[in-house]
Design a protein around this ligand. Structure first.
Ligand code: GLU
Length: 326
């Protein structure tokens, strides 16, 4: 009798992450993205990691991490692993920098931000970002990553980056043309947002990235970093439309207090907040819904015809509707 074939390994479980930056309290716009990410994960059986991205800004207030975690829990979102906190260990980011420096893929750059006009943090819409002209790049040689108090940039060659976004469709980006050599390490002694995300997504085995559409351009930069670091296939991306204020700008303080905690402190139940977020996802949820009840409505299979393609507008009626439920 022929021996049994070796047991085939079960396909690895897809992994996603909720990756809040604890810079300000979570608002309705971020919360909608987290809700969609969580529903996709729970409906499709993806593993969820909570990762706190506290490196990409110097503005972290004490207590902000706990407050962010508490708000996610209040909304009924959970995770299988974490929280991991980026600032706990810079070792993996330094290792990545050593490799980039040794392979002449990154170089120290002492030009100031005003000379180049480039930002180190997650380039959310409205942030000022200027292209790094290739003429500014010095000859790049293999070297040691020793000077941690200097900005380092990735060598970005010409060429298009293409990927199939689960929601936004086929995307093609020309990073050389749009931003040029971007920052991978900052003179504050920590990795840029782009490097930190790639190192973490790779070491945490993240296969699904779901986030706001203003980071679509970052997917191109992150793909280049996956290649430069030999990290294999980048995650599958899902970039979602943004929530905007009545003036068409990305939801922010100028649109009033849209923090989840603001509504929570006024006595609005989480189910009411979720009902508004669900409506913004094309799901009729009445006046009250739980996160669990939304799992079947927002899945990878249904998302592209359920979720509106256009950006969402937060209106004063929405604010009033939430507060009426208190
Ligand atoms: N921490 C980033 C933000 O809150 C998200 C980054 C990402 O999902 O790649 O804007």
């Amino acid at each position: 009798m022929a021996p049994d074939p070796p047991p085939s390994r079960p396909p690895a479980c897809p992994v996603t992450r909720l990756a809040p930056s604890p810079t300000g309290a979570l608002h309705l716009g971020n919360a909608r993205t987290f809700l969609v990410n969580w529903c996709l994960a729970r409906s499709a059986g993806w593993r969820v990691i909570l990762r706190i991205e506290d490196l990409d800004t110097p503005r972290i207030k004490p207590g902000a991490i706990d407050a962010t975690i508490d708000t996610l829990r209040w909304l009924g979102l959970d995770w299988d692993e974490g929280p991991t906190i980026q600032s706990d260990d810079l070792g993996p980011y330094r290792d990545a920098m050593r490799r980039l420096a040794a392979e002449a893929r990154a170089y120290p750059c002492a030009l100031t931000r005003s000379e180049i006009g480039s930002a180190a943090s997650a380039p959310n819409e409205g942030d000022h970002e200027t292209r790094f002209d290739p003429s500014l790049r010095p000859p790049v040689r293999s070297g040691l990553f020793t000077n941690e108090g200097t900005n380092w940039r990735l060598v970005v060659e010409r060429g298009q980056i293409g990927f199939a976004d689960r929601f936004a469709g086929d995307i093609s980006l020309d990073i050389h043309h749009s931003v040029g050599d971007f920052l991978v390490w900052t003179k504050r002694g920590c990795p840029s947002y782009q490097l930190a995300v790639v190192v973490d997504d790779a070491r945490q085995g993240v296969t699904e990235v779901v986030r706001g559409g203003d980071l679509i351009d970052s997917a191109g930069r992150q793909t280049l970093l996956y290649r430069a670091l030999g990290l294999g296939v980048p995650p599958r991306y899902t970039h979602l439309p943004l929530v905007r204020g009545g003036d068409g700008k990305r939801l922010a303080k100028r649109h009033g207090d849209t923090r989840i905690d603001h509504y929570r402190s006024r006595g609005v139940p989480p189910e009411r907040v979720l009902a508004l977020l669900a409506r913004w996802c094309g799901v009729a949820a009445g006046g009250s819904v739980s996160s669990r009840e939304l799992v079947d409505a927002i899945s990878p299979g249904t998302m592209t015809h359920t979720l509106p393609r256009e950006d969402i507008t937060f209106r004063t009626e929405d604010d009033r509707w939430l507060l009426d439920g208190a």
